[in-house]
Design a protein around this ligand. Sequence first.
Ligand SMILES: [Zn+2]
Length: 91
Amino acid sequence: MEAAVATPATSPWSKTCACCNRTYLAGAWATLELVQTVPVSAVQRHLSVPAPWRVEVRRCACGAKLAVRSSAMGAAGADRNATGSRGRARA
Ligand SMILES: [Zn+2]
């Protein structure tokens, strides 16, 4: 296929703590203490643009709280309307 393109299409999800610089992959992230889950409706309330995701707040090993958008992890085909500019029509 196209050999010149070195862009990783599916880079693994990860979250880095701003306090201690630990980096959690999706599997490790799921094992952290869940502090709070903010549902879509509550997230949307604070935004003026459509926000179809939940927010998960988990506690880092250092004690800091880390928040991620839940739709950013796990499902590879979740961003159905977020992308579209890069990988178009390669037959
Ligand atoms: Zn940390």
